[in-house]
Design a protein. Structure first.
Length: 365
C-alpha cells in the first residue's frame, strides 16, 4: 500500500485522532449530565485565557518536553524506554546532592552544575537496563518498569532516613540555598517592563527545554551517531552487517535518553519546589510516552504535543475547581488522547492511506 503524503502523516492523522478523542470525551461529559461546551470553555480560559494559566501550561509542557525527547531518542534506536519516571526521579536526586553540597552564591553558577548532576543520575539509572538489554537480552520494557519502582523505593528511603532535616516530619530534603533559585518567567517579564504569569512556576528551564529540542534534532538527523541510531532502529541485522555495534548503540541511546529524562528535575525540583519531595515527577515520565507518540518522535512534534498535554493538565485543574466535573475525567480525556494517537493510530492511518492511494490512482488515470 502506498504511503500518504508527509503532511497528512504528521498533521492530518494526529488532528483526526485528537478530534475522535475529544468527541468521545464530549459524550462522556454529556453522560454525566454536564455541558461539553461549558467544560471546554473553562479549560481554554483556565489554561490559555490568562498569563496565569499560560504560566502553568508552560511549566507542565516543559516537563513533558524533556520526557518526550527521552522516549524519542530511545525509540529511534528501536528501544521503548518506559523508565522516564524513575530516571527523572533520580535526576532530582542528582540536583539535590549538587545543590546541597555547596553554598552556591548565584543561580548562574548552580544551574550548569545541577544540569550535570541531573543528567548524570538520569543516565546512570538508564545504564543498567541498557547493559542488561545489550549484554544479557533482558527486555528494555521490563527492566525500565522495574527500575521505576526501585527508584521510588530508594527515594522514599533517602528522603525519610538520610536527606530529611532533623526534626522535620515532612519526607523532603532541606530547601536549596537561596542563591540557587531560578528566575521565573514572571520575573523576566517584570524586568522587561510588563507583568506576566505572576505566582506561576514557569521558569528559565523552558528555554533549556527548547534548546534540548534543537540539540536532539541535530543529534538524530545531523550527526554520525544519530544516523547509526536510526539505522540500528530500522534494522538491527543491516546495522550489524554495516559494522555498527549493537551494544554501543543501545548503551549510547539509553544514556542520552536517561540524561534527557533526568534534566526534567531542573524544572520541577530546582525551579519549582526548590527542594526534593517525594513523587516530584507526578507521572510526567509516563506522559512523555504519549507526547513522543503524538509528536511522531520528532522534536517539533514533541513540543506541540507537550503544549497540548500542558493544556490538559492546567485546564483539568481549572475544570475541577470551577465545575462539578471530577478531575478524574481529565485522566479519561488524557487516556483517550493516548489511545487514539498511540494504540489506535492505525485505525485512522489505514483509511487515510487507502483514501490517498485512491486519489493518486484517480489522478493518474
Amino acid at each position: 500500500m502506498e504511503r500518504m503524503p508527509k503532511w497528512a502523516d504528521v498533521i492530518l492523522t494526529p488532528l483526526i485522532s485528537l478530534f475522535l478523542a475529544f468527541a468521545i470525551s464530549a459524550l462522556v461529559i454529556l453522560a454525566i449530565g454536564e455541558s461539553p461546551v461549558e467544560a471546554l470553555t473553562v479549560m481554554v480560559q483556565g489554561a490559555l485565557g490568562s498569563s496565569y494559566g499560560w504560566g502553568y501550561t508552560l511549566y507542565y509542557a516543559t516537563n513533558f518536553i524533556f520526557t518526550g525527547l527521552a522516549v524519542m531518542v530511545a525509540y529511534h534506536a528501536g528501544l521503548f524506554n518506559i523508565g522516564g519516571e524513575g530516571q527523572a526521579a533520580m535526576g532530582g536526586l542528582g540536583v539535590t546532592l549538587v545543590l546541597l553540597s555547596l553554598p552556591w552564591p548565584h543561580w548562574a553558577l548552580a544551574l550548569p552544575a545541577a544540569m550535570i548532576g541531573a543528567a548524570a543520575f538520569g543516565a546512570l539509572w538508564a545504564l543498567i537496563p541498557a547493559w542488561l538489554q545489550a549484554r544479557r537480552g533482558s527486555h528494555i520494557v521490563i527492566t525500565t518498569i522495574m527500575f521505576n519502582f526501585i527508584a521510588a523505593a530508594l527515594l522514599n528511603y533517602l528522603l525519610v532516613n538520610v536527606l530529611r532535616p532533623q526534626g522535620s516530619m515532612d519526607p523532603a530534603s532541606a530547601s536549596f540555598p537561596p542563591g540557587t533559585n531560578l528566575p521565573k518567567l514572571s520575573d523576566m517579564a517584570l524586568a522587561l517592563g510588563f507583568e506576566w504569569g505572576k505566582n506561576t512556576p514557569a521558569n528559565i528551564t523552558l528555554f533549556i527545554a527548547l534548546a534540548a529540542c534543537v540539540l536532539v534534532w541535530l543529534l538524530i538527523w545531523r550527526t554520525r551517531l544519530g544516523y547509526e541510531i536510526r539505522a540500528f532502529g530500522k534494522s538491527e541485522p543491516a546495522a550489524v552487517y554495516a559494522g555498527i555495534s549493537p551494544t554501543r548503540i543501545i548503551v549510547a541511546a539509553m544514556l542520552i535518553s536517561g540524561a534527557l529524562a533526568g534534566l526534567m528535575a531542573i524544572n520541577n525540583v530546582m525551579g519549582e519546589a526548590e527542594r526534593l519531595i517525594f513523587n516530584a515527577v507526578e507521572g510526567a515520565g509516563f506522559i512523555g510516552i504519549a507526547v513522543a507518540l503524538m509528536g511522531r518522535n520528532h522534536p517539533f512534534g514533541i513540543f506541540l504535543a507537550a503544549l497540548l498535554f500542558g493544556f490538559l493538565y492546567q485546564g483539568g485543574g481549572e475544570l475541577a475547581l470551577w465545575t462539578t466535573i471530577p478531575r478524574e475525567l481529565i485522566v479519561v480525556i488524557q487516556a483517550l488522547v493516548i489511545l487514539f494517537t498511540g494504540a489506535l493510530d492505525n485505525m485512522v492511518r489505514m483509511p487515510l492511506e487507502r483514501l490517498f492511494a485512491a486519489l493518486r490512482k484517480r489522478g493518474n488515470a
